[in-house]
Design a protein. Structure first.
Length: 191
């Protein structure tokens, strides 16, 4: 078994380091294939299966959103199907208030994944995403950032804030979300 950190590294590498047209195409294809082969039947990627120690359900949610975001740009049927299964898994985890998972860490990465899917014209259930979007906006603190639980001006988490900001940036090009996304980004820029 490979350590779960390998899933994170490969997903990050696919996501930011080597899309289809890069010089690292062979490694990108191998990384993408590893991610496709390691997806569980329920559509998730399970960090515990690969030696991780984050047994909280949010760990599986966060890893699933990150892995799906990494393969989203690939258009072949296997990648499209994997993203659809991941989307279904994540939507089953959505709560009544719109959050996906219990903590903002999973919620922020899920928000980024769905914003990326929308920006790439992938099918996303609009009402479910709108609830997630409103949930994320409601959890922005007075200083403009996000914390692990709720809006907290005393403590902010840069990793959650970064994932949310990446998603907001993608939504700034979408007419349905442009104004609210820009307003939230302006708020964090004041920080």
């Amino acid at each position: 078994m490979l350590p779960y950190k390998i899933i994170y590294v490969l997903a990050i590498f696919c996501l930011f380091g080597c899309q289809k047209n890069s010089n690292n195409n062979n490694f990108a294809i191998k990384a993408k294939q590893f991610l496709l082969n390691s997806q569980s039947e329920d559509g998730s990627w399970d960090p515990i299966k690969y030696g991780g120690n984050f047994e909280h359900p949010d760990g599986k949610i966060a890893v699933t959103a990150l892995a799906a975001a990494a393969i989203l740009a690939y258009q072949e049927p296997q990648s499209i199907a994997a993203c659809q299964r991941a989307t279904q898994f994540l939507m089953k985890a959505q709560k009544i208030d719109g959050a996906v998972g219990e903590r903002n860490y999973a919620n922020g990465i899920c928000f980024y994944y769905f914003a990326k899917a929308i920006s790439e014209n992938r099918s996303v259930e609009k009402d479910a995403f709108q609830k997630l979007f409103q949930n994320v906006l409601a959890k922005q603190s007075e200083t403009g950032a996000w914390d692990y639980i709720d809006a907290n001006s005393e403590r902010n988490d840069m990793s959650i804030s970064a994932w949310v900001c990446l998603g907001l940036n993608l939504l700034c090009t979408q007419k349905s979300y442009e104004k609210e996304a820009q307003k939230a980004l302006t708020k964090i820029n004041k920080m």
